[in-house]
Design a protein around this ligand. Structure first.
Ligand code: HEC
Length: 186
């Protein structure tokens, strides 16, 4: 009976080792930052080009048709779950969960007290999730996410038509807009 108990405990320890995520938090930060950077670069490249060529109204077309497919493509290439999540979202598929809302709130508070914002890692069962803050760092962002006097009127009409419940306006320069999310399964 005693041997049996020891065997059982040994198996239990082995099983828990097995389900422990293999990546360290530092590795998650490093890989997560690289993947978030790749998504950011892919979105920014086309957005800037489209804004220069045809202005905000047409660039909206690009964002609304391409942002999610580009995110999906990088997610498949990198074999991770990838998203941008927001407390004040435009596309309801990017709505932050309860837990994510708390993280965003924390970033907002840190920013208000003048602290540096850095990525975080949340560990779950066999999963580690990387989050990093997205800020509206460029004045360009305000032409689609700023207040109504900053948003191009043509662009605003398209936004209202495509996103009747849009919450992603009235932001100020450098405000926290949401987070990149990269989920690593072990
Ligand atoms: C031409 C208009 C336009 C500009 C400029 C723009 N965005 Fe957006 N943004 C959009 C649209 C449209 C969506 C919704 C995309 C979708 O449906 O997947 C969006 C979605 C987002 C999201 C995902 C969360 C959500 O609300 O759905 C983030 C984060 C974001 N934008 C950040 C930025 C940042 C940062 C900048 C500046 C670098 C920026 N945007 C500039 C139009 C724009």
């Amino acid at each position: 009976m005693k041997a049996f108990t020891i065997l059982f405990l040994a198996l239990l320890v082995l099983a828990s080792c097995h389900t422990r995520p293999k990546m360290t938090d530092d590795e998650v930060i490093e890989k997560g930052s690289a993947i978030a950077g790749k998504l950011q670069a892919a979105l920014a490249k086309e957005l800037t080009a489209k804004m220069k060529e045809n202005g905000a109204e047409e660039a909206i077309d690009y964002c609304s048709l391409q942002a999610l497919p580009i995110t999906q493509q990088i997610s498949e290439e990198e074999k991770v779950e990838l998203a941008r999540v927001s407390h004040k979202f435009r596309n309801p598929s990017n709505a932050a969960s309860e837990e994510e809302l708390k993280l965003i709130e924390n970033y907002i508070n840190l920013q208000q007290s003048g602290e540096q914002l850095s990525p975080v890692v949340i560990s779950g069962k066999g999963v580690k999730t990387y989050y990093s803050p997205i800020t509206l760092a460029a004045p360009l962002c305000l032409s689609c996410h700023g207040n109504f006097s900053e948003i191009d009127p043509g662009a605003l009409a398209v936004i209202k038509e495509r996103y009747p419940d849009d919450k992603a306006v009235d932001f100020e320069l450098n405000e926290v807009r949401g987070m990149f999310k990269v989920v690593f399964k072990n």
